[in-house]
Design a binder for this molecule. Structure first.
Ligand SMILES: NC(=O)c1ccc[n+]([C@@H]2O[C@H](COP(=O)([O-])OP(=O)(O)OC[C@H]3O[C@@H](n4cnc5c(N)ncnc54)[C@H](O)[C@@H]3O)[C@@H](O)[C@H]2O)c1
Length: 244
């Protein structure tokens, strides 16, 4: 018998061409899963199959997933950021964050859940954030979106608990990915190192998380080891929420 934790499973991961999603995809593939990556751009890892798709497009997500006969695991990871308080958030900013971070999660859930329900089994993991639980300065639209991800996680966990489907989410604090580097380059040109150090010290543990650390928790939650866990929001935050 195989000791691989996802042996023979089909895992759909959104946004798996970079950062946290890429680390989860590589880890799942190493544990025996066939990984399908719904992303705008291909993955650098040749073991990860790319299905070109904009998750904010309901019809595109439905069409691309219709061609996948069995889906055992869904990881909703694709997400984008926006910096600004209410006054610094224009309607186009708000709508963009909503379309990708909120509606994007709904679109994959809507495509995948009917099939998991018929199969009588399935695991869903959503990438939320500590911003769903604590107020972070100038993250109005982003926090709105992650609050919705947390609520969707609880709602799906409740509705499908008797259908063999588990649904959880992860709430990371700062994780060092291109997401962070792009954010610094765009918002703090010339001050990247200074702001990077500040972002590191925001975690009481004294550094950012790594994508691999998030992938380890994702693997646990999507594996049979977590068979008793549903409707949970797991902090992975270097103590960020500890002192609040
Ligand atoms: N990095 C952090 O500090 C951090 C902290 C908490 C939560 N998160 C969440 O983790 C997730 C991944 O973050 P990351 O830091 O790895 O980001 P990243 O920017 O490194 O990667 C995001 C990936 O999503 C893809 N993507 C973006 N828009 C898309 C769309 N419309 N359709 C399909 N794919 C799209 C990108 O091409 C990219 O491959 C996000 O949901 C983010 O909100 C990140």
């Amino acid at each position: 018998m195989s000791t691989l934790k996802l042996n023979g499973q089909v895992a759909v991961i959104t946004g798996a061409s970079s950062g946290i999603g890429a680390a989860i995809a590589s880890r799942f593939a190493a544990e025996g899963a066939r990984v399908l990556n719904l992303d705008l751009v291909p993955s650098p890892d040749p073991a990860i199959e790319h299905l070109a798709c904009d998750v904010s497009d309901h019809a595109a997500v439905a069409a691309v997933l219709a061609g996948v006969p069995v889906i055992d695991v869904l990881v909703n990871n694709a997400g984008v950021a926006h910096i600004g308080d209410v006054e610094g958030t224009m309607p186009a900013d708000f709508e963009r964050i909503f379309r990708i971070n909120v509606a994007g999660v709904y679109h994959t859930l809507h495509a995948v859940l009917p099939r998991m329900r018929v199969a009588g089994r399935g695991v869903i993991l959503n990438l939320c954030s500590i911003v769903a639980k604590v107020g972070i300065p100038e993250r109005f639209a982003y926090s709105m979106s992650k609050g919705a991800v947390l609520s969707m996680t609880l709602s799906v966990a409740r509705d499908y608990v008797d259908k063999g489907i588990r649904c959880n989410c992860l709430c990371p604090a700062r994780v060092h990915t291109p997401f962070v580097d792009n954010f610094l380059a765009e918002n703090y040109p010339g001050r990247e190192a200074e702001v990077f150090a500040r972002l590191e010290s925001a975690q009481p543990i004294g550094r950012m998380g790594t994508p691999d650390e998030v992938a380890s928790l994702a693997l646990f939650l999507c594996s049979p080891d977590a068979a008793f866990i549903t409707g949970s929001a797991y902090d992975i935050d270097g103590g960020f929420t500890l002192l609040r």
